[in-house]
Design a protein around this ligand. Structure first.
Ligand SMILES: [Zn+2]
Length: 269
């Protein structure tokens, strides 16, 4: 499931592919639920003829800034991703939407599981500061007056935007904090460590162009069809039963907030 580093990788590649500055000549919606509550016709009309001015990102949302009112807001959810083709449009089997851009570039939104969403709006609602850039001060402010288990806190997009299951487990391991620990029990030093850990694992993910967990058709691939390079760098996520890289204790699996969570019972307090 794409998290911040995967979306950021896609954003950068779309920029490199020269998407900014092009006009949407035609928008074809292949799977109507992708653009609900609008109908495909309404959606296509709303974005047709508009120019893509800039590609931004907040948390896991890709924000396609358009000229005029409203932007195109894209959430990849489980399996969404983009690829580009040139010239005459030839649809792929999992295409849910295609933007035909000026200069003959077609931008295909591929989404085997069909949970991805396209919305129109100024900015996605209800998001906390972005996990890649959140400052220590902002982070402290966001977790003050909360008392959820740390794993729940990190997954809450209104606290900090962009962290999902993989990077939450990695950040908690990096900060040596038990995922079940309640946030109100953290000392200032521990809060600081958690903030530093979130920034560190997210930055590393971006540097490695995201994480792919398998090779199935639903797994994350970037714009060029490449898997992320971060899989080998993951220290706890998906490694239950394997030895902790620091102390050798077998990593444990538990469920927090209905999400599988892996941690080292020895290192994480
Ligand atoms: Zn350990």
């Amino acid at each position: 499931m794409p998290e911040l580093p995967e979306v950021e990788t896609i954003r950068r590649q779309l920029c490199d592919a020269g998407v900014e500055g092009r006009t949407i000549e035609r928008c074809r919606i292949e799977w109507p639920r992708t653009v609900e509550p609008l109908t495909p016709a309404q959606f296509s009309r709303a974005v047709g003829g508009r120019t893509i001015e800039r590609l931004r990102r907040h948390g896991k949302w890709l924000i396609v800034e358009l000229d005029g009112p409203d932007n195109l807001l894209v959430h990849l959810r489980m399996t969404g991703g983009f690829y580009g083709t040139h010239g005459r449009l030839k649809k792929g089997p999992h295409d849910r939407a295609v933007l035909q851009l000026s200069g003959g570039l077609n931008l295909h939104f591929r989404d085997p599981r069909k949970f991805g969403r396209w919305r129109l709006g100024d900015h996605p609602h209800g998001l906390g500061p972005d996990a890649l850039t959140v400052t220590r001060k902002e982070f402290f402010r966001q977790i003050e007056n909360r008392n959820s288990p740390l794993k729940v806190l990190l997954l809450d997009q209104s606290v900090v935007a962009g962290v999902g299951n993989i990077y939450a487990d990695e950040a908690l391991f990096e900060a040596s904090l038990d995922p079940r620990r309640r946030s109100a029990t953290l000392s200032a030093a521990e809060k600081s460590a958690l903030h530093g850990a979130v920034r560190k694992v997210i930055r590393a993910g971006v540097r490695n162009k995201g994480t792919s967990l398998g090779t199935g058709q639903g797994n994350y691939v970037d714009l060029n069809g490449q898997s992320g390079g971060h899989r080998e760098k993951v220290k706890v996520y998906g490694r239950a039963g394997e030895p902790c890289i620091h102390c050798g204790t077998p990593l444990q699996k538990t469920i927090v907030a209905q999400r599988t969570t892996v941690f080292c019972p020895q290192c994480q307090k």
